[in-house]
Design a protein around this ligand. Sequence first.
Ligand code: SF4
Length: 251
Amino acid sequence: MSTMKLKFPFDPLQRSEEVERLVMKNGKRLYYRFRSAPYYGGIATADAVGCSFLCAYCWNYFRNLNPARFDKFYSAQQVALNLLKIARRKSFNLFRITGSEPILGEASLGHLIEVLKDIFHEKPYSVFILETNGFFLGKRLDLIKKLKFENLWIRISLKGVDENSFELVTGAKREFFQYPLIALKELENLGLKAWPAVMRNLFTNDEIARLEKLLAEYKINARLEEEILEEYPFVIENMKKRNVKTRESNL
Ligand code: SF4
């Protein structure tokens, strides 16, 4: 399979469509690993590939740069089964899909919803943490109601504090900065549990304060979670190449 061509800044909608065509096949999605992870106090985790963005600090950068090099597609039922097995073995009550963007378009959203249905059917009191960049949901607000599950917690990772930092960090065109915020607002309107997160080390106190002001302007009530950068050597290298600096060097 060929490497995807990518010129910065790119149109994330077009990229979402291209990536979804690579990572979805007949309702099945590409995954490369299932594991127990220590985050959130222990969580059954499925690692998938494929994202609408290509963040300079992505810990899955090279897999997301070229998802076509993977070839193992899993049905939603297989994914749920693998996650439930891990949860049973480790006595976990938490689930997630990570390493990628779970919602690239309608096909991947449909796959995710099937995974959620199976997990909540087997373990109704468990919690699924949906880690998403919120881009596609912001573009297609009409689809958000499909995510109405009582124990689904949606964490929207905001990549920038404004259009400039969004474009620099994600590689996606600046005009798409607002979509995750629009998604968050709609999630709150519909009464779903959702909150924003941002990579703290990348921004100054003033920039974070500006983002909080913007969230307030959108009338988003949820508290902003602050993520901490995992400084793997390849992450630092990629950030240098993309001219993304940590907060210490911004101050
Ligand atoms: S949105 Fe997440 S998965 Fe996608 S490139 Fe950025 S950090 Fe990686």
